[in-house]
Design a protein around this ligand. Structure first.
Ligand code: MN
Length: 203
Protein backbone atom coordinates (compact mmCIF):
# COMPACT_ATOMS: atom_id res chain seq x y z
CA UNK A 1 0.00 0.00 0.00
CA UNK A 2 1.38 3.39 -0.97
CA UNK A 3 0.18 6.88 -0.22
CA UNK A 4 0.18 9.55 -2.89
CA UNK A 5 -0.05 13.11 -1.60
CA UNK A 6 -1.09 16.17 -3.55
CA UNK A 7 0.60 19.47 -2.69
CA UNK A 8 -0.63 23.04 -3.18
CA UNK A 9 -4.23 22.15 -3.97
CA UNK A 10 -6.02 25.00 -2.16
CA UNK A 11 -5.41 28.59 -3.20
CA UNK A 12 -5.35 30.07 0.31
CA UNK A 13 -2.81 27.47 1.46
CA UNK A 14 -0.56 28.07 -1.56
CA UNK A 15 -0.54 31.74 -0.54
CA UNK A 16 0.11 31.14 3.19
CA UNK A 17 3.32 29.22 2.36
CA UNK A 18 4.23 31.73 -0.35
CA UNK A 19 4.36 29.02 -3.05
CA UNK A 20 3.63 29.33 -6.77
CA UNK A 21 0.20 28.28 -8.03
CA UNK A 22 0.49 24.88 -9.76
CA UNK A 23 -0.60 24.50 -13.37
CA UNK A 24 -0.93 20.73 -12.94
CA UNK A 25 -1.21 18.56 -9.82
CA UNK A 26 1.97 18.31 -7.75
CA UNK A 27 2.45 14.98 -5.97
CA UNK A 28 4.85 13.09 -3.74
CA UNK A 29 4.56 9.79 -1.91
CA UNK A 30 4.74 8.28 1.53
CA UNK A 31 5.61 4.57 2.03
CA UNK A 32 3.37 2.18 3.98
CA UNK A 33 5.74 2.55 6.95
CA UNK A 34 4.56 6.17 7.28
CA UNK A 35 1.06 5.09 8.32
CA UNK A 36 0.41 5.75 12.02
CA UNK A 37 -0.94 2.47 13.41
CA UNK A 38 -4.43 2.46 14.90
CA UNK A 39 -4.65 3.30 18.59
CA UNK A 40 -1.15 4.71 19.10
CA UNK A 41 -0.02 8.32 19.60
CA UNK A 42 2.09 10.28 17.14
CA UNK A 43 5.58 10.38 18.65
CA UNK A 44 7.25 13.75 18.04
CA UNK A 45 10.45 12.90 16.11
CA UNK A 46 13.84 14.05 17.40
CA UNK A 47 15.02 15.25 13.96
CA UNK A 48 12.58 18.15 13.74
CA UNK A 49 11.59 21.16 15.84
CA UNK A 50 8.69 22.19 13.62
CA UNK A 51 6.15 19.47 12.92
CA UNK A 52 3.13 20.87 11.08
CA UNK A 53 -0.29 19.29 10.71
CA UNK A 54 -1.95 19.35 7.27
CA UNK A 55 -5.57 18.20 7.45
CA UNK A 56 -6.66 16.58 4.17
CA UNK A 57 -9.40 14.56 2.54
CA UNK A 58 -8.08 11.06 1.76
CA UNK A 59 -9.36 8.81 -1.03
CA UNK A 60 -9.13 5.02 -0.93
CA UNK A 61 -8.38 3.33 -4.26
CA UNK A 62 -10.52 0.23 -4.84
CA UNK A 63 -9.25 -1.04 -8.19
CA UNK A 64 -5.91 -1.25 -9.95
CA UNK A 65 -5.62 1.31 -12.72
CA UNK A 66 -3.14 2.92 -15.08
CA UNK A 67 -3.81 5.83 -17.48
CA UNK A 68 -7.29 6.27 -16.02
CA UNK A 69 -9.54 8.68 -17.94
CA UNK A 70 -10.93 11.48 -15.80
CA UNK A 71 -14.49 10.38 -16.63
CA UNK A 72 -13.73 6.83 -15.40
CA UNK A 73 -11.94 7.96 -12.23
CA UNK A 74 -15.01 7.59 -9.93
CA UNK A 75 -14.86 3.81 -10.48
CA UNK A 76 -11.38 3.70 -8.95
CA UNK A 77 -12.10 5.09 -5.45
CA UNK A 78 -14.83 3.90 -3.14
CA UNK A 79 -14.23 5.63 0.19
CA UNK A 80 -13.20 8.95 1.66
CA UNK A 81 -11.96 10.08 5.04
CA UNK A 82 -9.86 12.77 6.69
CA UNK A 83 -6.18 12.38 7.45
CA UNK A 84 -3.11 14.29 8.53
CA UNK A 85 -0.08 14.75 6.30
CA UNK A 86 2.47 15.48 9.04
CA UNK A 87 5.32 17.58 7.72
CA UNK A 88 8.68 18.44 9.26
CA UNK A 89 8.44 22.01 7.98
CA UNK A 90 11.97 22.93 9.08
CA UNK A 91 13.44 20.01 7.11
CA UNK A 92 11.15 20.66 4.15
CA UNK A 93 12.28 24.29 3.97
CA UNK A 94 15.92 23.13 3.97
CA UNK A 95 15.17 20.59 1.21
CA UNK A 96 13.33 23.20 -0.86
CA UNK A 97 16.17 25.72 -0.49
CA UNK A 98 18.65 23.14 -1.78
CA UNK A 99 16.35 21.81 -4.50
CA UNK A 100 16.40 18.39 -2.80
CA UNK A 101 13.54 15.86 -2.58
CA UNK A 102 11.14 16.25 0.38
CA UNK A 103 11.06 12.64 1.60
CA UNK A 104 12.88 13.30 4.88
CA UNK A 105 10.29 15.92 5.74
CA UNK A 106 7.21 14.05 4.52
CA UNK A 107 7.69 10.27 4.49
CA UNK A 108 8.93 9.55 8.01
CA UNK A 109 7.34 6.92 10.26
CA UNK A 110 3.97 8.00 11.63
CA UNK A 111 3.67 10.96 9.26
CA UNK A 112 0.45 9.68 7.67
CA UNK A 113 -2.67 9.54 9.84
CA UNK A 114 -5.85 8.18 8.28
CA UNK A 115 -9.31 8.27 9.84
CA UNK A 116 -12.20 5.83 9.54
CA UNK A 117 -13.34 5.68 5.93
CA UNK A 118 -16.86 6.49 4.77
CA UNK A 119 -18.21 4.89 1.61
CA UNK A 120 -18.53 7.33 -1.30
CA UNK A 121 -22.06 5.92 -1.81
CA UNK A 122 -23.02 7.31 1.59
CA UNK A 123 -21.91 10.85 0.74
CA UNK A 124 -24.54 13.05 -0.84
CA UNK A 125 -22.10 14.85 -3.13
CA UNK A 126 -18.38 13.95 -3.15
CA UNK A 127 -17.49 17.30 -4.69
CA UNK A 128 -19.13 19.08 -1.77
CA UNK A 129 -17.58 17.64 1.41
CA UNK A 130 -16.84 19.58 4.58
CA UNK A 131 -13.96 18.44 6.78
CA UNK A 132 -11.80 19.75 9.57
CA UNK A 133 -9.54 19.26 12.55
CA UNK A 134 -9.79 20.32 16.19
CA UNK A 135 -6.61 20.73 18.23
CA UNK A 136 -7.19 20.50 21.99
CA UNK A 137 -10.90 21.04 21.35
CA UNK A 138 -10.63 24.11 19.11
CA UNK A 139 -11.06 24.28 15.33
CA UNK A 140 -7.71 24.75 13.61
CA UNK A 141 -8.53 23.81 10.03
CA UNK A 142 -11.82 23.66 8.19
CA UNK A 143 -11.94 22.86 4.51
CA UNK A 144 -14.28 22.07 1.70
CA UNK A 145 -13.71 19.79 -1.30
CA UNK A 146 -15.24 22.37 -3.64
CA UNK A 147 -12.24 24.65 -2.96
CA UNK A 148 -9.71 22.20 -4.36
CA UNK A 149 -7.78 23.48 -7.39
CA UNK A 150 -7.72 19.95 -8.83
CA UNK A 151 -10.70 17.71 -7.98
CA UNK A 152 -10.65 14.00 -7.08
CA UNK A 153 -11.14 12.75 -10.64
CA UNK A 154 -8.45 14.97 -12.12
CA UNK A 155 -6.02 13.86 -9.40
CA UNK A 156 -6.69 10.13 -9.90
CA UNK A 157 -6.37 10.48 -13.67
CA UNK A 158 -3.22 12.58 -13.52
CA UNK A 159 -1.33 10.45 -10.98
CA UNK A 160 -2.19 7.23 -12.84
CA UNK A 161 -0.40 8.48 -15.95
CA UNK A 162 2.86 8.12 -14.02
CA UNK A 163 2.18 5.64 -11.23
CA UNK A 164 -0.12 2.60 -11.34
CA UNK A 165 -2.72 2.90 -8.60
CA UNK A 166 -3.55 -0.32 -6.77
CA UNK A 167 -6.41 -1.42 -4.57
CA UNK A 168 -5.78 -0.17 -1.03
CA UNK A 169 -3.60 2.77 -2.04
CA UNK A 170 -4.58 6.11 -0.53
CA UNK A 171 -4.46 9.61 -1.97
CA UNK A 172 -4.10 12.65 0.30
CA UNK A 173 -5.71 15.45 -1.67
CA UNK A 174 -4.05 18.52 -0.18
CA UNK A 175 -4.53 20.82 2.79
CA UNK A 176 -6.64 23.95 3.03
CA UNK A 177 -5.22 27.03 4.77
CA UNK A 178 -4.43 27.11 8.47
CA UNK A 179 -1.51 24.70 8.76
CA UNK A 180 0.40 25.02 12.01
CA UNK A 181 2.56 23.35 14.59
CA UNK A 182 1.77 20.55 17.01
CA UNK A 183 3.38 20.15 20.44
CA UNK A 184 3.82 17.19 22.73
CA UNK A 185 0.63 16.71 24.75
CA UNK A 186 -1.71 17.96 22.01
CA UNK A 187 -4.86 16.05 21.08
CA UNK A 188 -6.11 16.07 17.48
CA UNK A 189 -9.62 15.19 16.33
CA UNK A 190 -10.53 14.78 12.65
CA UNK A 191 -14.01 15.40 11.27
CA UNK A 192 -15.75 14.43 8.04
CA UNK A 193 -19.15 16.05 7.43
CA UNK A 194 -19.24 16.97 11.12
CA UNK A 195 -18.60 13.40 12.33
CA UNK A 196 -15.46 12.42 14.22
CA UNK A 197 -13.40 9.92 12.22
CA UNK A 198 -10.15 9.89 14.25
CA UNK A 199 -8.78 11.03 17.60
CA UNK A 200 -5.13 10.75 18.69
CA UNK A 201 -2.48 12.42 20.81
CA UNK A 202 1.00 13.84 20.23
CA UNK A 203 3.56 12.30 22.58
MN1 MN B 1 -0.13 17.93 2.37
Amino acid sequence: MKMVCIGRNYLAHVKELDNDLPTEPLFFMKPDTALLPEGVPFVYPDFSHQIHYETELVLRICKTGKDIDEKDAPYYYDAITVGIDFTARDLQNQCKAKGHPWEKAKAFDGSAVIGKFKSVKDLENPSDIAFGMKLNGEWRQQGHSRDMIFGFDKIVSYVSRFVTLKEGDCIFTGTPQGVGEVQRGDRLELFLEGKNVKRFDIE
